[in-house]
Design a protein around this ligand. Structure first.
Ligand code: 5GP
Ligand code: MN
Length: 374
């Protein structure tokens, strides 16, 4: 019994929670010292090349969220209209409630069928990399991608991109979402008229979730103008919201209640809170990909709390999620202590220690960052 659950959870547990980060993604710092855009040609250089049909593969990060899935599917639908052959590949499986997206049924899962996915990669003439900026975010695909001798094209809004890997691309941490960047690519390459209701649905899902339902400062006037264009296709935004947020099973809500009651610790001296979830809770509540979505944001609703962490004991590693409000930089925190990264106010990482040791390391890290957390 435990063996079966072990396998199911291995296949299911999320690293990136679909349905949005629930936190402001706008950058608070200038480009970091590691940023080097010299090796990557501007994305506009591919616009004239779009006329020639190619075999295109479009990939996203492991355990994709709605922005990763929405931006890749939106780009795929667009490129097909220009005559390209496209295949979308996810490094791992994804949440049930992303499966309504147009084209989602044809997305390949590299972890589930590596041979099939590799055969498609071997035929590719271009590989678009969306919503991630270091190959390590593609998990078991990373080596295959590094070896692939075809141009890789980056479209992403995370900090500190691994730009030497990409032949062309755009990395812009000011952007609300990768879906907004795909919209920009379509418009700037002169193809705004090709945006139909299916492309609109994919891009809307990504921008809506990555802006916390248009709550964060990344939801600029430009984002709202984009949404107006998407709405003009006949898009039903109420339906999309329900597909993403009102589409869980009862066990997930009971799980949320249980962990908030029993697994949350508040560190008022550091204005921080932690939810640490042992493996047995995941088994007890039959937790699957996407079910921990949004959980890390709950502690931020406590008055005065500036930083929240979620540490989950998965089978092969301990997964960490960090969120902050205001000027505490969780991207740097995740990089320094938990082999991770992300955005200024939303980042993730991992640990190979036990849950208990990881929690202790987190508490020590809080104490080392005590002054920044005041
Ligand atoms: P989450 O906590 O939802 O998994 O991730 C929050 C943000 O940090 C997302 O933008 C995600 O792409 C990024 N992120 C999560 N885990 C990692 C990681 O291990 N490395 C890096 N570089 N980014 C991560
Ligand atoms: Mn994103």
């Amino acid at each position: 019994m435990f063996g079966i659950w072990h396998l199911i959870l291995h296949l299911c547990l999320p690293l990136d929670r679909p349905g949005g980060l629930g936190i402001d993604l706008r950058p608070r710092t200038a480009a970091g010292p590691m940023e080097d855009f010299s090796a990557m040609l501007p994305i506009a250089e591919i616009y004239p090349l779009l006329k020639q049909p190619r075999r295109v593969v479009i990939i996203m990060h492991q355990k994709p969220d709605a922005d990763a899935m929405g931006s890749t599917l939106g780009l795929s639908l667009f490129l097909r209209k220009l005559g390209h052959q496209t295949t979308v590949i996810s490094p791992t499986n994804w949440a049930e409630w992303l499966k309504w997206m147009p084209g989602a049924g044809a997305v390949m899962d590299y972890e589930f069928a590596p041979g099939k996915a590799q055969a498609v990669l071997d035929q590719a003439e271009w590989v678009f990399c969306l919503d991630f900026n270091t190959l390590t975010r593609t998990r078991h695909m990373a080596n295959a991608l590094r070896k692939l001798p075809v141009p890789k094209i980056l479209v992403d809004h995370h900090q500190q991109p691994e730009t030497p890997v990409f032949a062309y691309g755009i990395s812009n941490t000011e952007k609300s979402s990768t879906s907004e960047m795909v919209y920009d690519l379509i418009v700037e390459s002169g193809h705004k008229a090709l945006i139909d209701i299916d492309i609109a649905a994919c891009l809307y899902a990504g921008v809506m979730t990555d802006t916390g339902s248009f709550r964060f400062s990344g939801a600029t006037a430009g984002v709202h103008r984009m949404v107006a264009v998407l709405k003009d296709t006949g898009l039903n935004h109420t339906q999309i919201f329900e597909n993403l947020f009102d589409n869980f099973l009862e066990n997930r809500l009971r799980f949320m209640g249980f962990v908030l009651q029993n697994r949350m610790e508040v560190f008022y001296e550091y204005n921080a809170a932690l939810i640490a979830i042992p493996w047995k809770d995941l088994v007890r509540y039959e937790i699957k990909t996407g079910d921990t979505e949004g959980l890390v944001n709950y502690p931020l609703s406590i008055q005065g709390i500036k930083m929240a962490a979620l540490i989950i004991d998965r089978d092969e590693e301990v997964k960490c999620s960090f969120r902050s409000k205001g000027d505490f930089d969780v991207n740097t925190f995740a990089r320094n202590y938990f082999d991770g990264g992300g955005h200024f106010n939303a980042a993730g990482g991992r640990s190979t220690d036990t849950l208990e040791v990881t929690v202790q390391r987190f508490i020590n890290a809080l104490s080392e960052n005590s002054s920044q957390l005041q």
